[in-house]
Design a protein around this ligand. Structure first.
Ligand SMILES: *Cc1c(COP(=O)(O)O)cnc(C)c1O
Length: 396
């Protein structure tokens, strides 16, 4: 029912598929846009006589099916799943694919909420973890415990330091050890980066961010590769489907519809996010009080060559450090007028935040702690000149 067979549309490009995959006009009414099936249950034609398999909306809902097919198609995967949040999607991956006694590896600068889920929930459930620097495939190899390590989790670019992981190299390390590779593709988006094509087994997104793109919905997605080459994990999609239905953290019909709507303009938005980010980086480079800029598009970025090879462009996220230290960072953030001070990212509006005190406050005192003089920007799609003028007055 929710199997996306993208072999059906090999001739179509990303933007075409973002608008049409999983979204044939309604056969009864011709409605061009998928309906919001705001229903919990479905009439059965006799006991067990489900129409197209729909029985109850936790198990399946047509609006969610459309989103699941679209996102699976965009990632070049076999099956997609939509959840109530990115973290619900992560929970389904971790507790769906791991069992108590297993071991996993996560990056030292993982998204704070991912680290908290692993450290406080999944660990208590019986899964041990190690931290490794995501930029070093050898460091990851060194943490693998043969037969016990079952999953490697990476993000690229990372949040908030924009570190780059070599997806193909890490997939090779994972597969030679019979370990599954999961990539959090939230920062790049499906448009800029295709982890499954580089060898990843599972991709996840916080669709709250670029996929939704308008800061009006919280959601998550998982896409499982068509063929998961890891022994014993052939049924990865089945396990995630089982977990999605058993735990029930599903994307509701309205939320699914909002993400579907967002995906239609993903390619356009990402191009503009990238254009604006490049302009903002140029401005930051001209400021003597900016000591470091973390943006994979810069030649000086340690992951630049890998990012250039595995990403279409370098994305809309930037972080930078200030000579004036933590107080200068906090004061500057408080002075912006156009940049909205807030958590989250990936929306059409530009956001600014202080990771050490906001998004990453929960990792203070751990190996994942981020510098106090760091500012993170989610560059929106406004006029670049306006964004730069506001940053200029805010930095003082
Ligand atoms: C926001 C985010 C998440 C968590 O997603 P939610 O939708 O907030 O639950 C996971 N990974 C990354 C990289 C994120 O930015």
């Amino acid at each position: 029912m929710s199997t996306a067979d993208n072999a059906e549309r090999p001739e179509h490009g990303f933007s075409t598929r973002a608008i049409h995959a999983g979204q044939e006009p309604d056969p009864r009414t011709g409605s061009v846009v998928p309906a919001i099936y705001q229903t919990s249950t479905y009439k059965q034609d006799g006991v067990g006589g489900f129409r197209e398999g729909y029985e109850y909306s936790r198990s399946a809902n047509p609006t969610r099916t459309a989103l699941q097919e679209c996102i699976a198609d965009l990632e070049g995967g076999g099956q997609g799943f939509a959840f109530a949040s990115g973290l619900a999607a992560e929970d389904a991956i971790l507790r769906g694919l791991l069992r108590p006694g297993d071991h996993m590896i996560i990056p030292t600068d993982a998204y704070g909420g991912t680290f908290r889920l692993v450290d406080k929930v999944v660990k208590a459930w019986g899964v041990d973890y190690s931290l490794a620097k995501v930029g070093h495939a050898d460091a990851i190899r060194g943490e693998i415990r043969p037969g016990v390590t079952k999953l490697i989790w990476i993000e690229t670019p990372t949040n908030p330091l924009l570190g780059i992981a070599d997806i193909a190299a890490i997939a090779a390390v994972a597969h030679e050890a019979g370990v599954l590779l999961v990539v959090d593709n939230t920062f790049a988006s499906s448009y800029l980066q295709q982890p499954l094509a580089l060898g990843a087994d599972v991709v996840m997104h916080s669709t709250t961010k670029y996929a939704g793109g308008h800061s009006d919905v919280v959601g998550g997605a998982v896409v499982v590769a068509k063929q998961v080459p890891v022994p014993g994990m052939e049924d990865a999609a089945e396990r995630i489907a089982f977990h999605q239905n058993s735990l029930g953290a599903v994307s509701g019909p309205m939320d699914s519809w909002l993400v579907l709507r967002g995906l239609k303009t993903l390619s356009l938005r990402m191009e503009r996010h990238c254009d604006n980010a490049e302009s903002v980086v140029q401005f930051l480079q001209s400021r003597p009080d900016v000591t470091q800029i973390h943006y994979p598009g810069l030649d000086s970025h340690p992951g630049h060559d890998i990012a250039a090879a595995q990403m279409k462009r370098f994305g809309g996220m930037i972080s930078f450090q200030l000579a004036g230290g933590e107080q200068h960072a906090v004061d500057s953030i408080g002075r912006t007028r156009l940049w909205t001070l807030g958590e989250s990212l990936g929306g059409v509006e530009s956001l600014i935040e202080h990771p050490a005190r906001m998004t990453h406050a929960s990792v203070r005192g751990t190996e994942l702690e981020v510098p106090g003089d760091l500012i993170r920007l989610s560059v929106g799609i406004e006029d670049a000149a306006d964004l730069i003028a506001d940053l200029e007055q805010a930095l003082g």
